[in-house]
Write a protein that binds this ligand. Structure first.
Ligand SMILES: C[S@@+](CC[C@H](N)C(=O)[O-])C[C@H]1O[C@@H](n2cnc3c(N)ncnc32)[C@H](O)[C@@H]1O
Length: 265
């Protein structure tokens, strides 16, 4: 895992070398549309404010939850318990990225969404409210955290989420075998090389040209950078977009040669 200093240096490199994020000179209509409408919110999509209100209340919630050692964990190492407020501050995707995923789901209207790593359910809620016709399957290995997320879905009145508790290693193949659609997959947990590439391959077996996959923290560690390299170089990936804290891959066949974009967000 990279230190804060190494990560900051990497972020700076990304920021200086990335395309400016306005879409100028972009030859792919699909990527141009993605930059304009999803990254830059050209359509003015407004996420429901209740989700940020929930995050605010969690930020001062002292309840302590037991931690399990399931994946790569956090950069700050393994505590046996963490407060909800600490999780809300450190494990949950910040508003800017939650709302970006909201716009992604609102714009492309994926019918079947799979999230690996529910945590407190904030990003799940963004995905589920973006398209109420979608079915969101979210997997979390820590039962205490999953139970907390379930309460949040209830409080927000979200009915299109199926929350399952268990290890991705077991549950992802099972869920995919049951024939769930994979129109959008968000992989945000167990940030290590081998499992990340394995989840990608398992999801890929059920993907089609319209599928979108999003990987979290692709520059978090050497292992994750290696996994991201393998994923974006996979022959079935036609486009990839790197915005540093998230990586998007697309399978649509717009061009013969694959394209990779690093875009400032
Ligand atoms: C970074 S958090 C997810 C954050 C959430 N997607 C959000 O944006 O609000 C990652 C979660 O994945 C869970 N996790 C990590 N490895 C796992 C595994 N192998 N199986 C099941 N859950 C796992 C952790 O318990 C943790 O709650």
């Amino acid at each position: 895992v990279y230190s804060t200093w190494q990560l900051a240096k990497k972020y700076l490199q990304y920021y200086l070398h990335a395309s400016n994020g306005q879409g100028h000179g972009m030859h792919s209509p699909f990527v141009f549309d993605f930059i304009l409408r999803v990254l830059n919110n050209g359509n003015g999509y407004q996420a429901p404010p209740e989700i940020e209100a929930l995050r605010q209340s969690l930020l001062s919630d002292p309840e302590r939850l037991p931690m399990l050692d399931l994946g790569a964990g956090s950069r700050k190492g393994g505590a046996r318990e963490k407060s909800v407020s600490l999780l809300a501050r450190t494990a949950v995707k910040p508003r800017r990225y939650g709302q970006l995923l909201y716009r992604l789901a609102r714009h492309y209207r994926p019918a079947g969404i799979i999230e690996l790593g529910t945590s407190l359910g904030i990003t799940t809620a963004y995905l589920a409210t973006a398209n109420e016709g979608a079915r969101v399957t979210t997997i979390e290995g820590n039962g205490a955290i999953a139970a907390r997320a379930g309460k949040h879905f209830e409080a927000l009145g979200l009915k299109n989420i199926e929350s399952i508790c268990g290890n991705f290693d077991e549950l992802l193949p099972r869920v995919l075998q049951e024939g769930r659609r994979v129109d959008l997959a968000y992989v945000d947990g167990n940030h290590r090389y081998e499992p990340t590439v394995r989840y990608f391959e398992q999801l890929l077996a059920r993907a089609d040209a319209g599928t979108i996959m999003v990987f979290d923290d692709i520059h978090w560690s050497e292992e994750m950078e290696k996994a991201w390299e393998v994923i974006k170089e996979h022959p079935s990936v036609r486009y990839s977009i790197d915005i540093f804290f998230l990586g998007f891959v697309f399978f649509r066949d717009e061009f013969k040669v694959k394209q990779h974009f690093t875009i400032r967000f």
